[in-house]
Design a binder for this molecule. Structure first.
Ligand code: ATP
Ligand code: MG
Length: 266
């Protein structure tokens, strides 16, 4: 059997994957027959109504949930092996920073746990904080920062392992629109300049179109993929692009997909 060369291998490869949560009353099919391949350098957004399985899918990739059936590989490995090799960084919806540690020492905490020496920890922290636009804030405490800045610290922390794959669950969901625009521009630049592969959960159509190379539209009960939309805008994105016809057309297709999957009878 011919083997696939490493460079052509998808970073995430999911085949007919299902996940059923066994609840006390009746089981919940959170994911049903999911097929998805994410290639190196892709920026894939998962969009869909509340409860359609976006977080569950991200958690399966991160080995935080076990599928009931189907196959998944991350970097060609089982999710467990990929997790043990620290193949990905995970950004949660809430920044989850320790208030008694400085910004720098929040970013370096996971590096302390894996036993990196202090010089290397500080080098990585400085590098990642600069990438998210927080150079000079190393000695501040989280409570001295705005919500958007705290979320950027949590992105720097996820980047500190230097993973090729970044998993983000609605990282900007709680922020105002102007701050979100700013962070979207910054994240887009970070993605473009570092060549990382990103899987990003959002409820915002315009955020998904702005950031992504592909948009996965999901529907709930059972959680399925309804549509996968190529977002063939130039890699270098500007906020003004949102007014372009191409941007509007892609956004309209996402909106239609979401409307089709939405059931009002429950
Ligand atoms: N640990 C669990 N046990 C039982 N059911 C669960 C569990 N986690 C999630 N679910 C159910 O699985 C479905 C998918 O949940 P999930 O959190 O993945 O949705 P989501 O798309 O991320 O929603 P939201 O946009 O609200 O964050 C929901 O019906 C939810 O109630
Ligand atoms: Mg969720």
């Amino acid at each position: 059997m011919a083997t696939t060369p490493a460079e052509n291998r998808p970073i995430v490869d999911i085949r007919t994957l299902s996940l059923i949560f066994k609840a006390a009353d009746k089981p919940v099919t959170a994911l049903d027959g999911i097929d998805l391949r994410i290639n190196s350098g892709d920026f894939v957004s998962l969009i869909g109504p509340s409860g359609c399985g976006k977080t569950t899918l991200l958690r399966v990739i991160a080995d935080l949930e076990q599928p009931t059936s189907g196959d998944i590989t991350v970097n060609g490995l089982t999710p467990e092996a990929a997790r043990l090799k620290r193949a990905y960084g995970y950004v949660f919806q809430a920044p989850a920073l320790y208030p008694w540690r400085t910004v720098e020492r929040n970013v370096t905490l996971p590096l302390e746990i894996i036993g990196l020496d202090k010089t290397e920890r500080q080098r990585r922290s400085a590098q990642q904080l600069a990438l998210v636009g927080l150079a000079g804030f190393e000695k501040k405490f989280p409570w001295q920062l705005s919500g958007g800045m705290q979320q950027r610290v949590s992105i720097a922390r996820a980047l500190a392992f230097e993973p090729d794959l970044l998993l983000m669950d609605e990282p900007f969901g709680a922020l105002d629109e102007i701050t979100r625009d700013h962070l979207n521009s910054q994240l887009s630049r970070l993605w473009r300049t570092t060549g990382k592969t990103c899987v990003f959960v959002t409820h915002s159509i315009s955020e998904a179109v702005f950031l992504s190379t592909r948009i996965v539209v999901m529907s709930p009960r059972p959680g399925r993929i309804l549509d996968v939309i190529d977002c063939d805008l130039p890699r270098e994105r500007s906020l003004e692009m949102r007014e372009s016809q191409r941007f509007q057309d892609i956004a309209a297709r996402v909106r239609h997909g979401l409307a089709e999957g939405h059931s009002y009878d429950e």
